[in-house]
Design a protein around this ligand. Structure first.
Ligand SMILES: Cc1cc2nc3c(=O)[nH]c(=O)nc-3n(C[C@H](O)[C@H](O)[C@H](O)COP(=O)(O)OP(=O)(O)OC[C@H]3O[C@@H](n4cnc5c(N)ncnc54)[C@H](O)[C@@H]3O)c2cc1C
Ligand code: FES
Ligand code: FES
Length: 495
């Protein structure tokens, strides 16, 4: 059996299709981003670099699997080059055909959607993704909400958004033309030995396709750092100038990216991306979609995974409070294949410290089916409606029997060094008749239970006030059977 790679393994080349042409990338380092490769190695400077942190959308490109023609918009600035192995990438340079602008580009021209033009390729690529999805669904013009959703991760400082939205409304009125029409011929990817590094040398990038090969690599590379979507990790490279010696990309392990039912649980693989969770039938009875519509932008949701959100250990990540309210477990696997399940609240030890040891990875989360169906409310407070991290995140699940609290789980993000349950408030509520006075007492108890920090997002006082206000709102709404608030559903009008 061939051994796993070492520092001497040369690896490579990374192969992908760019605007239909096979690229074989040699001499690249493991920490290189797709954007850097496009601009610095290939001179494809149509794709811009603004923030290099996933916030502005200037670097948006479309990617699709080699055998697939449905593209997804991503931020190339926080996409590691190795992660596009075997895939198709479309940049703004690939949109024109025979000297003719793509309908999205033509619509931007006709609607005066560009002034200085810096943001324009990014907007065009985001709209091109929507254009292609609309074509696949019959070619109808998308609604205003779909258009604003698709460009929520793109910033423009001079044109203003109205003409850009108009371009989105007009783009399908021109003679229609698809992109990624032909699935690309497979690259050398299928017969690659995925225990060897894709990028070798002093800095190594692995991309295993199975969990057993992942474990084998982690066993010989104890200092390895995992990368899934890279929407947290790549910022370490682009913002803090860190260089990882060994990166192990789990995005090609299909068995980590499935959602299903198992022994009374909803099992969500750690590699499941937000866009896969949205609209999933197993979670249809929950308000999760409304929350996810506010998690990052479309570009971020197309890459970010649930496992990355948990493992990153951020106190302001959105999924941990939700999973705690659902009573979910997180399953950790070590290099020997031994599995341990922790309730999500026990997974966090301290600020950015989790139960994960060197060589461990998160395989899945398990949500008890019955708890996923209990009435609940998720509230996210952030400075901006879209594409912003929470100042306070509150998730509440409660079952009542004749007005008495039979079960309750309350969890917060942004209120402590780790995402945490409000155990004292839960104790006060459990078994009590849910009067306004009982609700007020539970809300007041938060003052003793949490000592949040003041930072750029919010002051400690504001956080405590908001935590109480959100809890009061959730408990009353669950007691009175109110329909979820419109903002929970992400249905706010953008007019
Ligand atoms: C513009 C922008 C907006 C964002 N908005 C939000 C937001 O609104 N809410 C929010 O919660 N987050 C937000 N994020 C953060 C990020 O998108 C999420 O945390 C995402 O879920 C991370 O997943 P990933 O797959 O990209 O993780 P990665 O960046 O690939 O990894 C993150 C960390 O987890 C580790 N890791 C990944 N997968 C595993 C695994 N299976 N087992 C063990 N370790 C693993 C990695 O080693 C790394 O340390 C935003 C990020 C950006 C750039
Ligand atoms: S450069 Fe701003 S999102 Fe990539
Ligand atoms: S046209 Fe100048 S930033 Fe958008």
């Amino acid at each position: 059996m061939p051994r796993c790679g070492t520092a001497k393994s040369r690896g490579g080349p990374v192969e992908f299709y760019l605007n239909g042409e096979l690229q074989q990338c040699t001499g690249v380092d493991a920490n290189m981003t797709l954007l850097r490769y496009l601009r610095e190695r290939l001179g494809k400077v149509g794709t811009k670099e603004g923030c290099a942190s996933g916030d502005c959308g200037a670097c948006t490109v479309l990617i699709a699997d080699a055998d697939d023609t449905s593209p997804q918009a991503i931020n190339s600035c926080i996409c590691l080059l190795g992660s596009v192995q075997g895939r198709q990438v479309l940049t703004v340079e690939g949109l024109e055909q025979d000297g003719e602008l793509h309908p999205v580009q033509q619509a931007m021209v006709d609607c005066h959607g560009s002034q200085c033009g810096f943001c324009t390729p990014g907007f065009v690529m985001s709209l091109a993704g929507l254009y292609q999805r609309s074509l696949a669904q019959g070619g109808e013009t998308p609604g205003r909400h779909a258009i604003t959703d698709c460009i929520a991760g793109n910033l423009c400082r001079c044109t203003g958004y109205r003409p850009i939205v108009e371009a989105g409304q007009r783009m399908l009125t021109y003679p229609q033309r698809g992109i990624f029409n032909e699935p690309a011929t497979q690259t050398g990817a299928p017969d690659r030995d995925d225990r060897q590094p894709l990028v070798g040398g002093a800095q190594r990038y692995y991309q295993p396709r199975s969990r057993s090969n992942l474990r084998a690599i982690l066993a010989v590379e104890p200092g390895a750092t995992l990368v899934a979507g890279g929407t947290d990790l790549a910022l370490e490279i682009t913002q803090r100038y860190r260089e990882f010696e060994v990166l192990v990309d789990i995005s090609a392990i299909d068995s980590l990216a499935t959602i299903g039912e198992e022994d009374g649980y909803i099992r969500i693989g750690a590699g499941v991306r937000y866009h896969q969770l949205m609209g999933h039938p197993l979670l249809a009875s929950t308000p999760l979609d409304g929350l996810l519509a506010r998690l990052g932008s479309e570009q971020v949701r197309n890459r970010g995974t649930i496992g990355g959100n948990l493992a990153n250990g951020s106190p302001i990540a959105d999924m941990p409070p939700v999973l705690m309210a659902w009573g979910a477990d997180v399953e950790v696997v070590n290099t020997l294949g031994e599995r341990t399940r922790y309730p999500v609240e026990d997974f966090y030890l301290d600020y950015r410290q989790t139960r994960l040891q060197a060589g461990d990875y998160i395989e899945a989360v398990y949500i008890p089916m019955h708890l996923s169906r209990a009435p609940h409310r998720f509230y996210k407070l952030s400075k901006r409606f879209e594409d912003d991290i929470s100042s306070v995140m509150c998730a509440v699940s409660m079952t009542l029997d004749g007005g008495y609290v039979l079960g309750v789980r309350i969890a917060y993000g942004g209120m402590a060094a780790v995402p945490r349950r409000a155990s004292a408030a839960e104790q006060q509520l459990l078994g009590a008749q849910l009067t306004d006075a009982v609700i007020d007492n539970a809300c007041t108890s938060l003052d003793n239970e949490f000592q949040p920090l003041s930072d750029v997002r919010a002051s400690a006082v504001y956080r405590l006030d908001m935590a109480a206000a959100l809890l009061r709102r959730a408990l009353r709404a669950l007691r009175d059977g109110d329909a979820p608030d419109v903002f929970e559903l992400g249905e706010v009008s953008h007019a």
